[in-house]
Design a protein around this ligand. Structure first.
Ligand code: ADP
Ligand code: MG
Ligand code: ZN
Length: 615
């Protein structure tokens, strides 16, 4: 049965700033401290861990947004040890689950998992243990399709619940619930049934990636009640970000970059296709690197072998599709290179997040070309792009839904393109805006290519452009995504524009003389300034989502009455600008063109004045 959005008002409480969860002395505080040391060997709690544990143990539904590596597992494993009864954990991948079970086993915590791939007899044995009077397990891990498809499991859970032994339900990687996120899994949407069946059991939803709209989606689909949200900054100060134009010499550039900055250190190179992985690995081996590849067509044993070699530093570089990474916990990854364009900013952020877990400096380099955009777009539309899911086919959708998912994916991709083509704004700012986080770009301290490159700014009045964009949003009936508005503003005659008849709008093409990227910067600025509001639209019984721009009339008034002007920063001097190998996007008339220094394409090398960009 599909999840039908209910459009209920959801109550959230921001837990992160509530002292109650931090300072309160709870009946279990002493036991927590003791078990954290004794069972898990931790000397202290990390940011928000204690708070989350106190909130969930107090019986609340809790939503946790914590970066990868932040320590989310402890927030349910420690309560599971301290509380009587069983904690049910939903986790998307069997490989993740096995990894967790192994760690729990080492800590002497009784845990089990159920998956569709197990022998039926083995499954039954576990289910029998659950129904025995004394349930010997503290944690039971299941994949989401188990919940969706196994009545037997649900009955066991009901039985546990009536015996008051179902203590807590944990949804790990909760962003998979949302089609709005980058990692949607249809089976996650069926998880709403858990709250319906067990309304008194607290739910703990955990994720490392969630925009405001994803969060809303998750809370609604899971049916969380009076949910307490804990979140922390997604900024990773020790990661250095840069985007480099991708040329035919890309692999040579990568070789050079690694030799000069990270020789013999651990790293991941994300590639688009399985073939790319193998090709890049082979070329790097020829260059003398210890490289291997990893992708979804390898059998599980091969994959496990490669991952182990890498964990033990027998191999330095893994050339992988996004199938590699979820749950990977190597602390000393010194670089994450994107050989091709990632599918979304969220995905990109998460992939980069696998670098520098030890807090030491690490590099995140993305090689971008417009032709890769075309390639990724094609692969998305053909449904042939590798997902981070390891089971092919797990993400098959029904036809009615796939059109809208395609639109969402395309929009996510377009945002990634605009991130790459932006050679002005701080990379951290651009990423964090996406997570709904305010960020003061001066605290970047020149640890991204744009901040490093740009010496000084001039402010330019873009009020007229802003007015036109707001006007256009209204003209188009406040029903369009930002990508669509930009298309119309630039004068596109794409099928999509024509389908809506938007080529006839009076402002169609009004922005076509503007330098590349300028309109999109203004539009994004309007969203962060709250003049435009990005709203999640749930359109049908499948609960599919898209985001549309609405006008905040109150604030827009100030703009049109002349009380508000919109200023935007532009670089007044540029050390080196980038030239994209793009036939489609013209760089003519770019504001910075008269100051163009011939770009040192693809080297990522120290620039002329000796500043080191990425060492
Ligand atoms: P996440 O799920 O948020 O990505 P994990 O729960 O896998 O992160 O934890 C990442 C690593 O941090 C693990 O190796 C874990 O043992 C370690 N860790 C978690 N909490 C603590 C703590 N309080 N003190 C020390 N290490 C911790
Ligand atoms: Mg985790
Ligand atoms: Zn910056």
């Amino acid at each position: 049965e599909p999840y039908i959005p209910k459009f209920v008002e959801v109550n959230y409480t921001e837990g992160s700033n509530d002292k109650k969860w931090r300072d309160g002395s709870f009946p279990w505080t002493k036991e927590l401290e003791a078990n954290n040391k004794r069972v898990f060997g931790n000397h202290s709690f990390r940011l928000n861990q204690r708070e989350v544990i106190n909130a969930t143990m107090s019986g609340h539904d809790v939503f946790v947004l914590m970066p990868t590596g932040g320590g989310k597992s402890l927030t349910y494993q420690l309560p599971a040890v301290v509380c009587p009864g069983l904690t049910l954990v939903i986790s998307p991948l069997v490989s993740l689950i096995q990894d967790q079970i192994m760690h729990l086993f080492q800590a002497n915590i009784p845990a089990a998992y159920l998956s569709a791939h197990m022998e039926w007899s083995e499954q039954q044995e576990i289910l029998r243990a659950l129904s025995s009077e004394y349930c010997k397990y503290k944690l039971l891990y299941v994949t989401p399709e188990k919940v969706a498809k196994s009545d037997f499991l649900l009955r066991q859970l009901e039985s546990l619940n009536t015996r008051q032994l179902l203590t807590r339900i944990v949804i790990d990687e909760a962003h998979c619930v949302s089609q709005w996120g980058h990692d949607f899994r249809p089976d996650y949407q069926a998880l709403g049934i858990l709250k319906k069946k067990f309304p008194d059991t607290p739910v703990l939803a955990l994720t490392a990636t969630a925009t405001a709209s994803v969060k809303e989606d998750v809370v609604q689909a899971l049916g969380l009640v009076n949910c307490i949200v804990f979140r922390q900054s997604f900024n990773r100060p020790n990661l250095w970000y840069s985007v480099i134009p991708k040329t035919k010499k890309c692999i040579e550039d990568i070789d050079k970059f690694i030799k000069e900055n990270h020789y013999d250190e651990s790293g991941i190179i994300y590639c688009l296709s399985r073939m790319d992985c193998e090709k890049v690995a082979e070329k790097l081996q020829e260059c003398g690197h210890k490289a291997a590849f990893y992708h979804g067509s390898m059998d599980p044993a091969q994959r496990a072998f490669v991952q182990k070699q890498w964990s033990k530093d027998e191999v330095n570089i893994i050339c992988a599709t996004v199938a590699f990474g979820m749950g990977i916990n190597k602390p000393d990854v010194r670089f994450v290179i994107h050989h091709s364009l990632p599918k979304s900013i969220e995905g990109y952020h998460q992939e980069c997040g696998r670098a520098g877990r030890d807090g030491q400096r690490a590099s995140c380099v993305l090689y971008y070309s417009y032709s890769d955009y075309i390639r990724v777009k094609h692969m998305i539309s053909q449904g042939i792009i590798e997902q981070s899911s390891l089971t092919p086919g797990q993400n098959r959708m029904n036809a009615a839904n796939s059109g809208r998912i395609l639109e969402t994916n395309t929009e996510n991709l377009l945002r990634m393109v605009s991130y790459c083509e932006n050679d002005v704004d701080c990379r951290r700012l651009l990423q964090l805006i996406h997570f709904g986080e305010k960020f003061d770009y001066t605290t970047c301290n020149k640890t991204c290519d744009n901040c490093l490159k740009i010496k000084s700014f001039i402010e330019k009045d873009v009020t007229e452009i802003a007015k036109q964009l707001v006007e256009l949003v209204k003209l188009a009936g406040q029903q369009c995504s930002s990508a669509h508005i930009l298309e119309v503003y630039r004068g596109s005659l794409s099928q999509f524009v024509k389908k809506h008849g938007h080529q006839t709008l009076s402002l169609h093409g009004a922005g076509k003389h503007l330098p590349k990227g300028e309109a999109s910067r203004v539009l994004r600025h309007l969203v962060t300034e709250d003049l435009l509001v990005e709203e999640v639209k749930k359109s049908d019984v499948y609960g599919s989502v898209s985001s549309i721009l609405k006008v905040n009339e109150f604030k827009a008034c100030e703009l049109f009455s002349g009380r508000k002007t919109i200023m935007l920063r532009f670089p007044s001097s540029v050390k080196a600008s980038k030239q994209w190998n793009s036939e489609v996007i013209s760089t003519k008339g770019s504001l910075t063109s008269e100051k163009l220094i011939p770009p040192q394409i693809g080297t990522g090398q120290p620039q002329s004045n000796g500043d080191v960009e990425l060492s």
